[in-house]
Each structure stands twice: as structure tokens, then as C-alpha cells.
Design a protein around this ligand. Structure first.
Ligand SMILES: [Zn+2]
Length: 80
């Protein structure tokens, strides 16, 4: 069975990806980088799609900070 991208109709392929998510509110937010996440990635537009199981696990990682192995300082820039 071949998967098709819901956005552009391109072909998707299974890949191991990096997910960068914002946690918290706009004012008091934090960025979490989640490495080695299995996803179906569109070859055309790069859209990532996760299985419901992976999406649920990502949610747990975000909310419970499961499996945090390192802390990084992230540069913040102003667009001007
Ligand atoms: Zn696409």
C-alpha cells in the first residue's frame, strides 16, 4: 500500500526525523527537540505525517518531558 501526501498528493516515504516543538504559551514557552522520530515524509513538500501511536507518544514526550537526554541553548533572533 502506498501513502499519498494529504497536502500535495506527492509520494511519502518512511523516514527517521527530527521534530522541533514549542511547549507552553507564547510568552512562557520552551522548545523541545525530539530526535529519531519515525514519520512518513512527503518527497515533494516535506510534510511529515505520524501514525496515531507516534503522535500520542510525541505528546507524552512534550508534556511529561519523557526521555530528555540533553539540554541545549538555542539562539533567538529578531526578524528586522
Ligand atoms: Zn506533500
Amino acid at each position: 500500500m502506498e501513502n499519498i501526501c494529504a497536502f500535495c498528493g506527492g509520494r511519502v516515504e518512511p523516514k527517521i526525523t527530527r521534530v522541533i516543538e514549542e511547549v507552553g504559551s507564547e510568552i512562557d514557552n520552551e522548545i523541545i527537540i525530539i530526535e529519531h522520530v519515525p514519520a512518513d515524509v512527503c518527497k515533494q513538500c516535506g510534510e511529515k505525517e505520524f501514525t496515531p501511536e507516534v503522535a500520542r507518544h510525541l505528546e507524552r514526550i512534550r508534556t511529561e518531558r519523557l526521555g530528555v537526554v540533553a539540554e541545549r541553548t538555542i539562539p533567538v533572533a529578531e526578524y528586522k
